[in-house]
Design a protein around this ligand. Structure first.
Ligand SMILES: CC(C)(COP(=O)(O)OP(=O)(O)OC[C@H]1O[C@@H](n2cnc3c(N)ncnc32)[C@H](O)[C@@H]1OP(=O)(O)O)[C@@H](O)C(=O)NCCC(=O)NCCS
Length: 224
């Protein structure tokens, strides 16, 4: 039986050597802190001039999504959107389009889609663990790259847990290198006054292809 490790906020934060120091402050500070530069946000030429440094450009702060995103249960028609967002994610093991359509039909109560102006921009898939139905396993979550950094992932998780009133714990697996996802779940745990623990689950050798280990994050004691 693997030993769980309770994650402090500092430990939960994975340091990306390629990112500037201000990129990801500790989670405890992040929610109120001015966001730092983001690797995939476009640069602002106006800032170039004010900085007075050719070629070195502060990136703009994150802005609210307008119109505001909404979250709903997926329909079969969303299966194709979920597949497209997963395919574009650059991170996920992409399931077949059939699998997303099936999840949308048979697990719509534990899956959600985020839309902006009626266009799907993110999704989360999950299921209640058969042996522990008050534990929600989050299988996949992804946000369209153009909409990242605006808490749409957090909105999806919050909406899902809000609707599943009897769920007391959330599980997911996150690779050591997926900093954005670790930040997302760390902030989710904080918002819900929950504990977050990490323990080994799937080792690289459990996969037939080249694959990082997938440790388990368990978020327990969720306050609704
Ligand atoms: C993980 C993911 C769903 C988070 O969604 P999101 O709506 O961007 O979530 P948040 O706005 O809360 O941002 C979470 C973290 O992403 C990072 N981030 C922020 N803006 C970003 C941007 N524009 N581009 C990339 N990453 C960004 C930051 O580390 C941020 O943490 P911080 O706000 O504490 O600094 C999204 O990054 C994604 O789709 N990633 C690819 C798929 C994936 O890895 N899924 C999880 C598998 S376990």
């Amino acid at each position: 039986m693997p030993t769980s490790t309770e994650l402090s906020n500092a430990r939960h934060h994975h340091t990306d050597a390629s990112a500037p120091a201000s990129h990801n402050p500790p989670i405890a500070l992040a929610q109120n802190a001015e966001p730092g530069p983001r690797p995939d946000e476009s640069r602002n030429p106006d800032d170039d001039e004010s900085a007075g440094t050719a070629g070195v450009t502060p990136t703009p702060a994150r802005t609210a999504v307008d119109p505001a995103p909404t979250v709903r249960c997926p329909t079969i028609a969303d299966g194709a959107h979920m597949w497209r967002i997963a395919s574009d994610s650059g991170e996920l093991d992409v399931n077949t389009a059939y699998a997303y359509a099936l999840l949308a039909r048979d697990f719509s109560d534990t899956c959600r889609v985020a839309t902006v102006a009626e266009q799907a921009v993110g999704f989360v898939t999950g299921y209640r663990r058969p042996d522990a139905p008050t534990t929600l396993f989050v299988w996949q979550i992804a946000v369209d790259p153009a909409f990242r950094g605006r808490n749409i992932g957090g909105l999806l998780l919050d909406a899902l847990v809000r609707d599943l009133v009897d769920v007391v714990a959330v599980e997911t697996t996150v690779t050591q290198t997926n900093d954005s996802s670790r930040r997302l779940f760390g902030k989710f745990a904080q918002r819900h006054d929950a504990r977050i623990c990490e323990s080994p689950l799937f080792a690289a050798g459990d996969f037939p292809d080249a694959h990082e280990p997938e440790p388990l994050l368990t978020i327990s004691g969720l306050a609704h």
